[in-house]
Design a protein around this ligand. Sequence first.
Ligand SMILES: NC(=O)c1ccc[n+]([C@@H]2O[C@H](COP(=O)([O-])OP(=O)(O)OC[C@H]3O[C@@H](n4cnc5c(N)ncnc54)[C@H](O)[C@@H]3O)[C@@H](O)[C@H]2O)c1
Length: 300
Amino acid sequence: MKHFTDRVAAITGAGSGMGRSLALALAREGCHLALADRNAATLTETAKLARAAAPDRIGAPLTVTTCVLDVADREAMYAWADATVAAHGRVNLVFNNAGVALSSTIEGMEYADLEWIVGINFWGVVHGTKAFLPHLKAAGEGHIVNTSSVFGLFAQPGMSGYNATKYAVRGFTEALREELDLMRCGVSATCVHPGGIRTNIAQASRIAKNMVGFMIEDEQQGKDDFEKFFITSADDAARTILDGVRRNRRRVLIGRDARAADWLARSLPAAYQALVVWQTRRMRRIAQRHARGHALENEA
Ligand SMILES: NC(=O)c1ccc[n+]([C@@H]2O[C@H](COP(=O)([O-])OP(=O)(O)OC[C@H]3O[C@@H](n4cnc5c(N)ncnc54)[C@H](O)[C@@H]3O)[C@@H](O)[C@H]2O)c1
């Protein structure tokens, strides 16, 4: 798809971060929007910002619809896909972007937490892909954009649940692209691997108590330290994703951190793990020193 003007795009997780930035970037290009999120307030705000960002087009205002849904809910996703076509007449793009993060050891992980993240990060992408695919084919021109992560390229201790879902999204989307290429049906697919992007994902993440003393000193410090790796803005990430769709890329890496991680995982496909363990030990010692420093300051 070379341009997005007068196309219709559906975006999950549109209330924040990369979802919101994608909505605004597409609105600026005159793309109609069907926006979904589980957070009604932030979703409404994105819709308002998107309408304001749209170019002035006399007699043909941008259509922006919203739907509050949980992407893990299969029926809700199918209902939203149908409602999108009913409201907009067609749909050309779906961005399966909604996602959450979980930090936990495997040994201490609650099944409820694992089911929560798999429901959103993996099943959400499957539901969005399958619910929208027939409509994209019917439109004659379509693109599915599924968000994996740099953690779909290499594994990280304490992130097994997130790693599992993002590797799954990668495998699912690469197979999807191959099938769509074989079908020559006018629909394509791209798998997105962002590095650290400045969004709300760390603050919204679940951090299990078993991580305290294992890799972090307290929950807030864990979230704040995670954010130190967020080097790319959400707007720049959205630009890179849309550029990848225009070029019909199979895979989009976002940020120099993602490119470095990709190179490392391909150059040292097994040995990289030892480097990750070494780096994690080093960071744990730094976090412990900081925590001791704060404790001494508080005593003084
Ligand atoms: N920020 C990063 O560094 C980074 C890196 C790699 C991958 N990603 C991935 O990028 C995607 C977008 O995340 P972001 O960084 O913009 O985070 P974000 O937290 O800023 O935005 C995520 C949005 O998804 C929504 N959401 C969460 N669960 C939902 C559900 N069950 N149903 C519907 N909506 C739901 C949230 O309400 C929020 O609006 C995610 O898939 C994430 O895993 C992010």
